[in-house]
Design a protein around this ligand. Sequence first.
Ligand code: NAD
Length: 361
Amino acid sequence: MNFKIGVIPGDGIGPEITAEAVKVLDAVAAGFGHTFEYEEILLGGASIDVHGVPLTDEAVETARGCDAVLMGSIGGDAATSPWYKLEPSKRPEAGLLKIRKELGLFANLRPAYLYNELKDACPIKESVIGPDGFDMIIVRELTGGLYFGDRITEEVNGVMTAVDTLSYNEKEIRRIAVRAFDIAMKRRKKVTSVDKANVLDSSRLWRKIVEEVAEDYPEVTLEHMLVDNCAMQLVHNPAQFDVVVTENMFGDILSDEASMVTGSIGMLSSASLNETKFGLYEPSHGSAPDIAGKGIANPIATILSAAMMLRYSLDLDREADAVEAAVERFLAEGNRTVDIAAGEKWLGTSAAGDMIAGMIS
Ligand code: NAD
């Protein structure tokens, strides 16, 4: 089959790691008889340098014309990069918010998976985690809630006061809940919905709508969990989670916590999806300006993001399995990049990408 894939190399290590993911996609295309056509898209600092803005309208249109978009990461060192002397709406991150909004990317998927071979990197004792590790996916609502509500900063009776608004409507809640249940159907069929329903009206509506959606998925077990308890459970018993669905800010915080529990940020992928099959796929980590250009970045998170793209946007499940199996084999055979190496022997970015691409079968 033929697919058009947008590629956003971005900033910092972004171009290095996307090149390796494309290498792996090329191996998939050759091995499974597909044609992937790539369209390069500028976003972030790379776009500011050329166009003076972090994302042009033309770039959005190019992305819209693709079946899916694979991204490296964007941004620079805030202390030294000239991009951060610009006003906030012109900085690299504004480009990311714009593309998410323009393309309606409301569902952010962040898997947190403990690789058997990397158990030593996990900060939690094996006796707590259990022999089988953990494998969860956090489904975060990405375009509503506190980050998009009305804001006011004003002086009230001589006292400076700031207000942020947390608002959700039932349509926004229903579509993210449906995504979570659909994903659970492809996994271990359990959804944990996280809210603060003992305090917030928006959470009480969230809980009601999630329960309505659950009625359409009788095979899936639904549980509700308060966000403060969830923060504890993630380090107390992460193996209990399969699919966790939650609103924007809770998801932002919990997905970072879950990724740190794996102990290997260079390994974690993510996807942001809209109401169609379209998605933007990127590693969970940032642009790592401290190691940019050194050829030592771990490309696995981006390669696994490409696997998610194959599964969720292109419906190529077998091919996604092949990429994930290649990464497992790479690790099982003792190969490591510098961030996950315990000893002195490790592979650079390109050598790691070559090896994983060579293991696609
Ligand atoms: P970071 O994730 O870029 O780096 C944190 C640490 O992890 C650094 O020591 C880095 O060297 C290391 N690291 C990250 N990815 C790695 C990889 N693949 N291989 C090996 N080591 C890796 O986080 P930060 O330093 O807080 O942010 C740097 C820049 O990235 C900032 O401009 C930030 O805004 C941006 N950022 C972008 C995104 C995105 O593009 N979606 C996400 C997060 C941060």
